[in-house]
Design a protein around this ligand. Structure first.
Ligand SMILES: [Zn+2]
Length: 64
């Protein structure tokens, strides 16, 4: 089973992370759901910043 298919509390990571970043960006990297990968922490979804895994990763610029 891939991470995309796993559901925690009835939500896939995709659904959860889109809600998480629907109205605000990540306080750590300034990114949104495209800039994060799925992690499971204590039975809950956790959005790990891609930039934390790869310092060369650039958060997509958003002019506006
Ligand atoms: Zn982040």
């Amino acid at each position: 089973m891939s991470e995309q298919e796993i559901k925690l509390h009835g939500q896939t990571f995709e659904q959860w992370v889109k809600e998480l970043f629907e109205f605000e960006y990540c306080s750590e990297c300034g990114g949104d759901h495209y800039d994060h990968v799925a992690n499971i922490l204590l039975g809950n979804w956790f959005a790990r910043c891609k930039i934390a895994d790869n310092p060369n990763y650039k958060v997509r610029s958003r002019e506006n």
